[in-house]
Design a protein around this ligand. Sequence first.
Ligand SMILES: [Zn+2]
Length: 368
Amino acid sequence: MDQLLTQANHIIRKNRPLDKTPVIITFRRDRFLQLTLQTSGCRYSEAGSCCMCNYGKGTTPNVQDIKTAMDQICSSRDFIESDQVLLGASGSFLDDYEVSEEIQFYMMQRLSQSDKKEIFLETHYKSINQAKLTKIHKLFPDQIVHIEMGLETVTKELQEKVLNKEILLEELKKTIAQIHHAGLFVSLNILLGIPFLSLNEQISDTIKSIEWSVDNGADYIVIFPINIQPFTLFEWWYLQGYISIISPWMLVELLLHLTDKELKRVCLSWYGNRYITYSEQQKTIVPYSCPVCQPELLSFFNNFSANYNIKYRKQKLQQIYKFPFSCKCRENLHNTLRKKNAPKTSLKSARDDIESWINKYGINRSNL
Ligand SMILES: [Zn+2]
């Protein structure tokens, strides 16, 4: 891992308040329901990895509290009306270090006893092994189970120098094969809008990662446009002017560039419909355009993500692309893309700035 980014992540996370939210946080979009288990935190966050990520840090979950929470959730309207359920955690749901095997098993069992058609388990690829996959397959004989893992980008330099998250592609390939061999499906998460690239490069990088995913057998691909999360280095860079808010039109532009094979496998997430809030001053800064086009874009992303029919998707995409908005957001993005402008800010200056910040505060690096 990159030493400088690791140090910065440690310092920034030091002041992060503990989550006081319910033991299981629910998020619903149409017939999709996400259950995020609050844990004592992700092992990669603890190690100083992942400059863009903050899914929180709470306390170690208590089995009885989880049982009570699951009873409430399973009888809720959101649960009854959903047919896809995702189990996630502050980090990785299948990481025994973060979520005990007993709790993993209990929560999965509750879903296996339900009528839900598709189950998603969100976890780091390193938390997966053969024994676990066999157990999961046995638990869900009649349901479709997806293992959802973060790939972010296939570009090694960006993994190392911007995200500080190591994903070894050869290892991930083996994990994908293992998951398929166990009769389960693979979903990969990919970023759009990695900073210090031009807008054209941001789109090309996402396409490159989507191509790799399709070539290597991903059944689904979830696109995450960059959100600026509180208590992250990305937030610090944003406040220093190194990172800008991404336009949701970038997502439309990306979708227009995809082949049919890719388009029918992608889903969108965190496109301006979700927030992590610590206070009014410190919450997620989401992709945003303007009050005129933003509501229509959100509605398009919702509809697109809820329906995988390729004909429907293409039709909706053309509709939003040609919609006569009175604002200039779409044109402004097109103009920038046409000019192929160089990135607005340099990674070198952003890194130099963190270094001086660390030095200015006289932080003893050996204590980090
Ligand atoms: Zn607009």
